[in-house]
Design a protein. Structure first.
Length: 492
């Protein structure tokens, strides 16, 4: 084997571009491993785990390139292709072949080119340390703002939302991964039918779960206003949630509002409930907590309020395993933070005072895992590595994973995940894998095609995250409860 590692200072590329470059290099003839990433602590640790030696002094503002090949010629050829892959695409030509106007250098300058910027929207997706300036520039230009960026300091979030409130605007985010305005998805969003429901979400994947379940039930969504995961904290006090509620209430085409969030601060929850009672549009709450309804039950409540039937949520059971499940630890490996939190709550209720220790749930979309890396809904590397590690741990009996489809997500997640599941089950026939699949048949990845591939690999697949978590917990408890749920699956 031949290996080459280099650190390049003063070069930045976004994590999605670097993921694309890494995959392109890894697919070249004779290349056995290739990583191109910003030299964050997490990325450097991963390179060491892969057997690379990283030069001393590399930091998060540097680009690190590591390539391993079968021989020197393969590595040299990959290295020669690197600069071309890193190069930015040329600016597109305008209609008729004429060069485009010089791009605006600031958000405010771009807004000034609009005929009427009032009520428009700026989407900010830059490294977190730069997001505040861009978002404030957009607010000053009269634009609402969606801040996709994460790792934005809390005091900057508060300042942005205070500035938006003074101008009668809304800040969605920071770390707002999902939004939909008039049926147009922004960030990670699913292809759902249009309809009467508006969603206010301090949770990206929580909103996606609800909109996908509503679509399955034949009910469409008009708007999804993401507000960022910290909006209902005591510090931020629901500033964007209150603005979003007022905006949806003013929309005559919105007949029902749903508020989706991880556990809010108690005082802020009271504030939001009080504001909701003053609206003309009915509001349903899905505020996850120890004693609260899960997202599936909250969706059912929305359906009943609209006079719609609650369907049986789709599931795709795997072929019967060779033997009964054995009790053991449940390990949740999630890309969605709210889906992870919900699954942990549901599993705790199901497991009760379980004598088995070692149950654990990890949110790979948390900031500590995404600094310098693409979100796990785009880049599955960390979760695939953890799946292999859990399969090698005899204490682990069940692995529960989410797969989130839609625009912006991995174009074919089953292409990598299904072989990894097959490999894990081949090495551990007693292991069980359960997948929560959040998506719709109209998504670019096609929910049903993804489900079929994951099912064929040996996973039990559920459209409802809560049902997936209950099933996984019952499997972790052992034979009796799992056998009873297996009979339910056979009738699904």
């Amino acid at each position: 084997m031949n290996t080459r590692v280099e650190v390049r200072g003063g070069i930045y590329r976004d994590s999605v571009t670097l993921l694309r470059v890494s995959r392109a290099l890894a697919q070249r003839p004779g290349v056995t491993a290739a990583t191109v990433a910003m030299a964050t602590g997490l990325n450097l640790d991963l390179l060491v785990q892969q057997g690379f030696t990283v030069p001393a002094g590399a930091g998060p503002n540097d680009l690190v390139v590591a390539i391993r090949g079968e021989d020197e010629a393969a590595v040299r050829a990959a290295w020669e292709a690197l600069d071309g892959l890193l190069a930015e695409a040329p600016a597109p030509a305008a209609a008729g072949g004429a060069p485009e106007a010089v791009p605006a250098r600031t958000t405010g300058a771009a807004a000034r080119r609009l005929a009427d910027p009032g009520g428009g929207l700026a989407l900010v997706s830059v490294p977190g340390r730069y997001a505040f300036a861009e978002a404030m520039d957009a607010l000053a230009a009269g634009l609402n703002v969606m801040v996709f960026s994460d790792n934005v300091p809390l005091h900057q979030e508060i300042a942005l939302k205070e500035a938006a409130g003074r101008r009668g605007l809304i800040v969605m985010g920071p770390d707002c991964g999902t939004a939909m305005i008039g049926g147009v998805g922004l960030g990670f969003a699913n292809a759902v039918r249009p309809g009467p429901v508006g969603i206010v979400a301090a949770s990206g994947t929580g909103a996606q779960q609800m909109m996908c379940l509503l679509d399955t039930a034949g009910v469409g969504v008009r708007h999804v206003l993401g507000v960022g995961g910290r909006d209902l904290s005591a510090e931020v006090s629901g500033r964007s949630t209150l603005a979003a509620l007022a905006a949806l209430d003013a929309d005559p085409a919105t007949e029902m509002i749903a508020v989706v969030t991880k556990p809010p601060a108690s005082r802020v929850a009271d504030l939001v409930h009080s504001a909701a009672r003053r609206l003309d549009t009915p509001v349903t709450f899905a505020m996850l907590g120890e004693d609260a309804a899960d997202l599936t039950d909250a969706t059912a409540k929305v359906l009943r309020a609209l006079g719609r039937d609650v369907p049986r949520w789709p599931s795709w059971p795997a072929p019967p395993p060779p033997g009964p499940p054995s009790p053991g630890a449940l390990r949740g490996l999630f890309a969605g933070g709210t889906l992870c939190a919900e699954a942990a709550l549901v599993a705790r209720r199901e497991l009760g005072p379980d004598p088995v220790s070692g149950h654990a749930f990890t949110d790979f979309g948390d900031d500590e895992y995404t600094r310098g890396r693409a979100h796990p809904m785009i880049d599955p590397t960390l979760r695939l590595e953890r799946l292999a590690a859990e399969a090698a741990d005899p204490a682990c009996a069940v692995v529960l994973m989410d797969v989130v489809l839609g625009y912006g997500a991995d174009p074919d997640p089953a292409a990598l995940l299904a072989p990894a599941i097959e490999d894990a089950l081949a090495r551990r026939p007693d292991l069980r894998v359960v997948v929560s699949l959040c998506g719709t048949p109209a998504d670019p990845q096609d929910r049903d095609r993804q489900a079929a591939a994951l099912q064929a690999a040996g996973a039990d697949v559920f459209a409802s995250n809560a049902e997936a978590a209950r099933h996984a917990a019952r499997l972790a408890r052992g034979r009796a409860a799992a056998a009873a749920h297996g009979r339910h699956l056979e009738g699904a």
